[in-house]
Ligand binder design. Structure first.
Ligand code: PMP
Length: 391
C-alpha cells in the first residue's frame, strides 16, 4: 500500500465520539436508540408530494446558486413571521443542510489564527469546522447550575484580542437549553462591546415547548452582527433531504455565496421544491410533532429525576441531558456499559465538550413505547450499579 503526505489538518481531526457508539450498536440486536439526533417522524406527505411533483414536471436541473427565488421569498416571509426579523430574498442562501451554512459562514469570516468561541456542551461539528476553516476554537463552558445557559461573564472572560466570532445555539444540542429574550439581550451587550460576529444556529427554533421563541437576530442591534443559520432537518422532519438556509446581511452573504457556488453549485432541486411546500403549508404538522415531543420530554425528564439522575427541564430541541454523576461512573463508561448490558444507546456527554462530562445525551425523538422500555432498562441498570457501589 502506497502512502502519501496528507493534510495535517485533516489527519489530526478526531472522528466524532458519537460514531463509536453507533458502530457498536449497529452490530447488536434489540437495541433501543436514544442516540441519534433526528426526528422519528417521516416528512409530511404534502411535502414529499411536492418533491414528487417537481420530478414529474421535469425539474431536474440546477437551480440558481442561491436557491430557487420562490423558496427564498417564502423563507423571507417565514423569517419575518417566526423569527421577527426582516431579510430580503437577496439576503438568504439555500444550503445543503445547516451543516453547510455553518461551514461556509466560518470560511467567510476566519483568517488564520482568529479565535471562535464555542459554547459547550455543543454540537460535535462546531470545533472541527472552525479548525478546518483555519481558525482556533476556544471552548466556553456553561454550567449545570445555570441550566447550561451561557452567562455574559463566562463569555466575556473568554474574549481575547483574537476573538472574531462566537457560535451560539438555542435551543441547544445536546442540552435542550434555550435562551429567552432577556438572556439573549445580556449576551448581545457583550457582542456589541467587543464587536463580535455571531453564528446563531437556530436549527431547533421550531421545537420550543414552554416559552415563545426569540431569535438572536431579532435582538436590537444584532441583525448586522448575526449570520442566522436555520433549516428543515429538525422542525420539519427532513434530515435526509439535506436542506438548510442561512440569512445574513449581503456583507457576509455575497462571499458565502461564492464558496457555495464553487463547492456545490446549488442545494438539491427536488428538496427545494419540497421546502417551498413545507414553509407554505404552515404550522399544522409542525404543531402536531411539537406536541408529541413535548409529551415525551415530560415523561423522560420526570423518569430520570425519579430514578435519581438529575435532569433539568429542557426548553427545546429533543434531547434530555441527565447527570449520571450519582452512579460514580464516567459518561463514557455509563454509555458503553448501558449499551452492552441493557441494549440502550445513549451518547456520553463528554463528546460535546468537557463540561458534558458526567452527563449523557438522550434523544427522545422516538416512540413513547420505546421510551417507556428504555426508561425501564435504564432504571434497572442504574439500580444495579448503585447496589454494586454500596456493597
Ligand atoms: N446544528 C445543530 C445544533 C445540529 O444538532 C445539527 C444536526 N444534528 C445541525 C446543525 C445540522 O443540521 P443539518 O441536518 O441541517 O445539516
Amino acid at each position: 500500500m502506497k502512502t502519501f503526505t496528507l493534510s495535517e489538518t485533516a489527519t489530526s481531526l478526531k472522528p466524532s465520539g458519537i460514531r463509536k457508539f453507533f458502530d457498536l450498536a449497529s452490530g447488536m440486536e434489540g437495541v433501543i436508540s436514544l442516540g441519534v439526533g433526528e426526528p422519528d417522524f417521516v416528512t409530511p406527505w404534502n411535502v414529499r408530494e411536492a418533491a414528487i411533483r417537481s420530478l414529474e414536471e421535469g425539474y431536474t436541473a440546477y437551480t440558481a446558486n442561491a436557491g430557487l427565488l420562490e423558496l427564498r421569498q417564502e423563507a423571507s416571509s417565514y423569517f419575518k413571521r417566526k423569527f421577527d426579523v426582516s431579510y430580503d430574498a437577496s439576503e438568504i442562501l439555500i444550503t445543503v443542510g445547516a451543516s453547510e451554512a455553518i461551514d461556509i459562514a466560518l470560511r467567510t469570516i476566519i483568517n488564520p489564527g482568529d479565535e471562535v468561541l464555542v459554547i459547550e456542551p455543543c454540537f460535535v461539528a462546531y470545533a472541527p469546522l472552525v479548525t478546518l476553516a483555519g481558525g482556533i476554537p476556544i471552548s466556553v463552558s456553561t454550567s449545570p447550575e445555570n441550566g447550561f445557559k451561557l452567562q455574559p461573564e463566562e463569555l466575556e472572560a473568554a474574549i481575547t484580542e483574537h476573538t472574531k466570532a462566537m457560535l451560539l445555539c438555542s435551543p441547544s444540542n445536546p442540552t435542550g437549553t434555550s435562551l429567552n429574550k432577556d438572556e439573549l439581550e445580556a449576551i448581545a451587550d457583550v457582542v456589541e462591546r467587543y464587536n463580535l460576529i455571531v453564528l446563531s444556529d437556530e436549527i431547533y427554533a421550531e421545537l420550543m415547548y414552554d416559552e415563545a421563541y426569540t431569535s438572536f437576530a431579532s435582538i436590537e442591534g444584532m441583525r448586522d452582527h448575526t449570520i442566522l443559520i436555520s433549516g428543515f432537518s429538525k422542525g420539519f422532519a427532513m434530515t435526509g433531504w439535506r436542506l438548510g438556509m442561512v440569512a445574513a446581511p449581503v456583507f457576509f452573504l455575497e462571499h458565502m455565496l461564492k464558496i457555495h457556488q464553487y463547492m456545490l453549485m446549488c442545494a438539491p432541486t427536488m428538496a427545494q421544491f419540497a421546502a417551498i411546500e413545507a414553509l407554505r403549508a404552515g404550522d399544522r404538522d409542525v404543531i402536531a410533532m411539537r406536541k408529541s415531543y413535548k409529551q415525551r420530554r415530560n415523561f423522560i425528564v420526570k423518569s430520570f429525576n425519579e430514578m435519581g439522575l438529575t435532569c433539568h427541564m429542557p426548553g427545546g430541541a429533543f434531547y434530555a441531558f441527565p447527570s449520571i454523576r450519582s452512579t460514580g461512573m464516567t459518561s463514557e463508561q455509563f454509555a458503553e456499559e448501558l449499551l452492552l448490558e441493557e441494549k440502550v444507546a445513549v451518547v456520553p456527554g463528554s463528546v460535546f465538550g468537557e463540561s458534558g462530562n458526567g452527563y449523557i445525551r438522550c434523544s427522545y425523538a422516538t416512540s413513547m413505547e420505546q421510551l417507556m422500555e428504555a426508561v425501564k432498562r435504564i432504571k434497572r441498570f442504574v439500580d444495579k450499579k448503585r447496589d454494586k457501589t454500596m456493597n
